[in-house]
Design a protein around this ligand. Structure first.
Ligand code: UD1
Ligand code: CA
Length: 498
């Protein structure tokens, strides 16, 4: 039989009333992951089977916990933390001990859980409680020590605590290690004699003591690790701590942060050495940055891969995209889902790219939209180029070959192709494919009307309709007047009055 000594139980059935949310508490996200994901991941490292007690929005919680290898047990209705553990009783029948922890304390580290398990085995107590000393213990259950100071006599919930108990700064983390054989009988004795009419797991301590069992305490090394997320305020604090921890981990791995307190980095982000993160950057989701990457001020990179030596210049948004080795993006660029910027390619300011590949060494430097396009290597996309990929019904592809020159202000009406080495004249609206090596030009021929502008300016105000008919123009610009503004006519009138 696999490790039948130890199981881990995560209590995650509660609603989290204090959050005033429609979502169950453990589904809320801090540090870029749902609370329950943080806790399951920490528990995973113990190598013991994990059981998650689910209730509120059980399906959604299950969808997060099960892919991480946890099993779930349903608690319905939710009658308190003691009742939650009782619900897992039959699932736990072959285990000797369990480490029990709440689903809403995402800062807890695997090392701390391991140390709790070790301390428990060393003392041989029926239960060991992970405790912490907080400057402000408000909201937590207080630890009432045995008169000799060793061991725990009871845990008193804040609402039931008398003044002297409220003054105790040692609190219950909600994380315990239990000898299950000793625990089950006392869970049966829990009574809902409290303000919430719930069965409190914390009452098990006093009940074990009444049976002559010992309950030990293990103090957490870092009291911040046990912070719960009961309110939005606590959640913001925990989010901040998780993100600081993440940034510190990346710095230790060789990543430079300027003004690190302004960075927002999700838990799953990876980054290689000599990567530089400028102020106010968000690195979100499953983002992976290679080595020597720069992410400029104010940029957001989400669920994207940025390879070695690539540069994301300031104020760019990169989502679901791939920026390959040495490519440059921004400033003010937007890469949307499925954008691929190949090695050495450049995307400049006010360029949006969606589901498109810009080939190696190719450039799209200014004011451009590339959607559903595949562009070969060493191609230049002129300023203001637009792939017209949507015909009102469906999205159509544009293919542009290698070494192509697309002149500025071109519209490529998809589906359309431009072959290798071709040119497209600036200002063209391309509706038919341009063969390799050809020049595509699709715009009206220019007509110049000599003298038109001078005559137009000489007209009296309000005589617009006559513009262009030279015979209708009475007043001509005076001699020596080379140039007049668009209000030239007004100026001319003023002059006449003098
Ligand atoms: C609990 C402890 C308190 C401790 C604190 C630490 C109790 C009675 N009190 O209080 O001593 O200081 O944790 O964070 O245990 N849950 C269920 N089913 C239920 C009720 C709760 O699964 O019927 C789950 C919740 O989803 C949550 C966890 O148990 O993840 C703890 O419940 P919560 O209501 O947050 O307890 P606290 O009031 O924080
Ligand atoms: Ca809590």
């Amino acid at each position: 039989m696999a490790n039948s000594e130890l199981a881990v139980v995560i209590l995650a059935a509660g609603q989290g009333t204090r959050l005033r949310s429609r979502r169950a508490k453990v589904l809320h996200r801090v540090g870029g992951r749902a609370l329950i994901e943080h806790v399951v991941r920490a528990a995973q490292r113990l190598g013991a089977p994990i059981y998650v007690v689910v209730g509120h929005q059980a399906e959604e919680v299950r969808k997060l916990a099960e892919p991480l290898g946890a099993r779930t047990v349903v608690q319905e209705p939710q009658r308190g933390t003691g009742h939650a553990l009782e619900t897992a009783r039959s699932a736990l029948r072959k285990f000797r001990r369990a480490i029990v922890l709440p689903g809403d304390a995402p800062l807890v580290r695997a090392e701390t859980l391991e140390a709790l398990g070790q301390a428990h085995r060393a003392t041989g107590a029926a239960a060991t409680v992970l405790t912490a000393i907080l400057d402000d213990p408000t909201g937590y259950g207080r630890i009432v020590r045995e008169p000799d100071g060793d061991g725990i006599r009871a845990i008193v919930e804040e609402k039931a605590a008398r003044a002297a108990e409220r003054a105790i700064r040692e609190i219950n983390s909600g994380i315990y290690c239990f000898e299950l054989e000793k625990l089950w009988p006392v869970l049966g004795e829990l009574r809902p004699e409290n303000v919430h009419r719930e069965l409190y797991l914390t009452d098990a301590v006093a009940l074990l003591r009444q049976r002559g069992e010992r309950v030990a305490a293990k103090a957490a090394d870092d009291p911040r690790e046990i912070l719960g997320c009961n309110t939005r305020r606590e959640m913001a604090e925990v989010d901040c701590l998780l993100r600081r921890r993440k940034v510190e981990e990346l710095m230790a791995a060789g990543v430079t942060f300027y003004l690190p307190e302004t960075a927002r980095v999700d838990a799953d982000v990876e980054a290689g050495p000599d990567t530089t993160i400028e102020p106010g950057v968000a690195l979100l989701g499953a983002t992976r940055l290679g080595a020597g990457v720069t992410v400029g001020t104010g940029s957001v990179v989400a669920d994207s891969v940025v390879e070695d030596e690539a540069v994301i210049r300031p104020y760019s948004v990169v989502e679901g995209s791939r920026v390959e080795r040495g490519a440059t993006v921004g400033p003010f660029a937007h890469l949307r889902e499925g954008a691929e910027i190949a090695a050495g390619a450049c995307v400049g300011n006010y360029v949006e790219v969606k589901k498109s590949r810009l080939g190696e060494g190719s450039k799209a430097m200014h004011l451009t939209y590339l959607g559903d396009a595949v562009i070969g290597p060493e191609t230049n996309i002129g300023a203001g180029t637009i792939t017209c990929n949507y015909d009102g019904v469906r999205k159509n592809p544009t293919r542009i070959g290698a070494g192509v020159f697309i002149g500025s202000g071109t519209e490529l009406v998809a589906p359309v192709e431009v072959g290798d080495g071709a040119y497209v004249a600036a200002g063209s609206t391309i509706t038919e494919s341009v063969p390799a090596g050809a020049l595509g030009i699709a715009r009206e021929r220019q007509v110049n009307k000599p003298g038109w502008a001078r005559e137009r300016r000489a007209q009296p105000a309000g005589a617009k309709a006559a513009a262009g008919k030279a015979g209708a123009v009475k007043q001509k610009a005076g001699p020596g007047k080379k140039w007049r503004s668009a209000n030239g006519a007004k100026h001319a009138q003023a002059k006449r009055r003098r």
